[in-house]
Unconditional design. Structure first.
Length: 336
């Protein structure tokens, strides 16, 4: 029988992900497997994730590198095929094999901001063409003059000059390049932005500028964000709800204040202990020990049990599911 799952609910989600799994075949060449008797290997980057993002809010995914949060983002926008599960945008399944006539319009209302502003912009294109490409692709401008005015407006929205449209990406700093990426993401008039660690490649002072710009744009344009980051200080600044991921699964989902003030999962508590204590109070901290297990051969039961300070016999045999605990939803036998 399939494992029972409990999905936390919120009214009128703009995006709903149900049981999302993304597995990659990492097997060796077929002939080598035949000669050596090797088996097919599957890397379980995401293995059953349920999230709901309410309109106008910011839902953040946080976790260590390799936990699967960026894979979730890329699967939602269609860059990675889902092995199983549903991705619903306003109730329409974007991963359905049947072509929905509204799917292309829905895709235009969803855009992504990538992590590296140095790699995500084509160095051979002028900034004008980079920002204008989604407008051309979705046929949102009726004339060249309308296209020029729209690009100028977008550059001004991100605190750049319309004259910057004639330049190439290499003429800008990292923070300015990320502003160009944001302008490009906004050019198709989206309602939903997926932000895959958009500040991790920037200096700390520039990070604050970009985050403040994103919050201003969210308020003025009524945007909804799915924000990916491993930096808890950034997550605290921008989030409404937070999902903590470990080895391809959610281990805790909670409103921001509930998660920071009263973390329920042992992994969440250990993550919060990595935040520097600026008050210099010598409160007890428990260092995180061990390494993240391989997603090719994850441990049985709870994936976190080899590193968990509260592990017991049930954790090694039975995988927990998300259940309500206070204001949070937590996948932990002890929390149950």
């Amino acid at each position: 029988m399939p494992e029972a799952r409990q999905i936390y609910t919120s009214p009128q989600p703009l995006l709903e992900v149900r049981g999302l799994a993304v597995h990659f075949d990492v097997s060796g060449p077929w002939l080598r497997r035949v000669m050596t008797g090797g088996k097919r290997l599957s890397l379980k980057a995401v293995d059953g994730v349920d999230i709901q993002v309410k309109r106008g809010e910011t839902f953040s995914l946080v976790g260590e590198s390799g936990c699967g949060k960026s894979t979730v983002a890329r699967a939602i926008v269609g860059l990675y095929p889902a092995t199983r599960g549903e991705i619903l945008f306003e109730g329409v399944d974007l991963g359905s094999s049947k072509k929905d006539p509204f799917e292309e319009k829905l895709r235009s209302r969803m855009q992504m901001i990538f992590q590296d502003p140095y790699a995500s912009l084509d160095p051979r294109w002028r900034v004008f063409d980079i920002v204008a490409e989604p407008i051309r692709a979705f046929k949102l401008a009726g004339s060249r003059a309308e296209l020029r005015d729209r690009v100028a407006q977008l550059l001004q929205q991100v605190s750049l000059s319309p004259r910057d449209g004639e330049k190439y990406p290499h003429e800008f700093s990292g923070g300015q390049r990320q502003r160009i990426s944001i302008a490009r993401a906004l050019s198709s008039n989206p309602e939903f932005l997926i932000c895959d660690e958009p500040t991790s490649a920037l200096d700390v002072s520039v990070q604050a500028q970009i985050l403040n710009l994103m919050k201003e744009l969210q308020n003025s344009l009524h945007l909804t964000y799915l924000f990916i980051s491993h930096d808890l200080a950034i997550i605290d600044h921008i989030s409404d709800h937070i999902g903590v991921m470990y080895l391809g699964r959610l281990c805790e989902v909670a409103p921001k204040r509930a998660l920071f003030n009263n973390p329920r999962h042992p992994y969440t508590r250990l993550l919060l202990d990595t935040i520097p204590d600026l008050s210099l109070q010598k409160r007890g901290r428990q260092p995180m020990e061990g390494e993240v297990p391989s997603p090719i051969n994850p441990p049985p039961g709870c994936a976190f049990h080899p590193r968990c300070p509260d592990v017991h016999k049930r954790c090694r045999a039975e995988a927990p599911v998300l259940v309500k605990s206070g204001d949070s939803y937590v996948a932990c036998h002890k929390a149950e």
